[in-house]
Design a protein around this ligand. Structure first.
Ligand SMILES: NC(=O)c1ccc[n+]([C@@H]2O[C@H](COP(=O)([O-])OP(=O)(O)OC[C@H]3O[C@@H](n4cnc5c(N)ncnc54)[C@H](OP(=O)(O)O)[C@@H]3O)[C@@H](O)[C@H]2O)c1
Length: 294
């Protein structure tokens, strides 16, 4: 990817102060010459992250970074971030891309509602406030997880699996969440966090498909970053560095893609929504097969 071709693309990354998001912001600035709006819900953690990236930028380099305070779990915070970014861009400019990276829910014991509010509704909040409102010109990348297809595969609800074919609308996604919350999937059981996490990422992949239908002029993707050593999976044995978790995100930001709304594995290859396709395995052909009775 040539520096000239990518220079000065403006990209907002949520959860940019830590883990994969921080690695991505650093690479976008240093390797792609972008102007990055580093999203952080904590001003202090965000300022520290911005300062540490700025310290690495060589003189005369085209890349740059600024802080955007945004808690994706709060309507008011997202709206205020959208206003701040609009002001920073001025009247004639747009973000090239939005990366919805902020996520919670694997290692920490957080309530299921909070997991969904961040990982799914948080992305929708961002898309509504930034993309639907015309602040983004080209690409949206939603950071999903292999837990999404894993969840669908394990899910005992055929109606939920059937959604893999095509999400009818946002109400259908909400209905699926309501069914899950009724107790079928461990949302309120011991497997709470993984259940809610998997559900949130499965619904995020579906939402990405839906959003692509609604906004066909924006190329939207959902990706798995891989199993990456960050605070999200602390103690899980993950060994890959955060820098290695950005491949599929950058692929979907910058490369030509042959479909809109698709879900990609960490190796940048299209993956199914109903079972976990491991890196190196055959690409998904888009057909929902009868392995799980669809
Ligand atoms: N690591 C993996 O193996 C793995 C695998 C699959 C998917 N993912 C996905 O990758 C993404 C990044 O996670 P990570 O592994 O890099 O974990 P991480 O180091 O814990 O980073 C998560 C980031 O999200 C931010 N965040 C959480 N809730 C937020 C909110 N309400 N508003 C704004 N920011 C919020 C965190 O901010 P604070 O620092 O303030 O908490 C942090 O910056 C997540 O979507 C995760 O689900 C990771």
């Amino acid at each position: 990817m040539s520096m000239t071709a990518k220079s000065r693309k403006k990209i907002l990354v949520t959860g940019g102060n830590s883990g994969i998001g921080f690695a991505l912001c650093t690479q976008l600035v240093l390797e792609h010459g972008c102007h990055v709006f580093l999203g952080s819900r904590s001003r202090q953690r965000g300022e520290e992250a911005v300062a540490s990236i700025r310290a690495l930028i060589p003189a005369q380099h085209s890349g740059s970074v600024e802080l955007t305070e945004v808690d994706v779990g709060e309507d008011a915070s997202v709206l205020s971030a959208a206003n701040a970014v609009r002001e920073a861009l001025g009247t004639d400019d747009q973000l090239y891309g939005l990366v919805n990276n902020a996520g919670i829910g694997l290692a920490a014991s957080v309530a299921a509602e909070e997991v969904l509010n961040t990982n799914l509704y948080g992305v929708k909040r961002m898309c509504d406030a930034f993309v639907t409102e015309g602040l983004v010109s080209d690409r949206v990348v939603n950071v999903g997880s292999g837990s999404g297809p894993g969840y669908v595969h394990r899910c005992p609800q055929p109606t939920q699996r059937a959604l893999c074919k095509t999400p009818a609308d946002w109400k259908a996604i909400e209905a699926m969440i309501a069914i899950s919350a009724d107790g079928m999937t461990g949302l309120h059981s011991e497997a709470d966090v993984n259940g809610a996490y998997g559900l949130s990422k499965a619904m995020l992949a579906l939402y990405t498909m839906l959003f692509a239908e609604e906004m066909p002029n924006i190329l939207s993707s959902c990706v798995s970053p891989g199993w990456i050593a960050t605070k999200l999976v602390a103690g899980s044995g993950a060994t890959k560095k955060p820098e290695e978790g950005t491949l599929s995100i950058r692929h979907c930001l910058f490369e030509s893609l042959s479909g809109n709304g698709w879900y990609y594995g960490s190796d940048c290859v299209r993956s199914p929504l109903h079972f976990m396709r491991n890196p190196g395995e055959q690409a998904y052909d888009g057909v929902v097969d009868d392995v799980i009775g669809l």
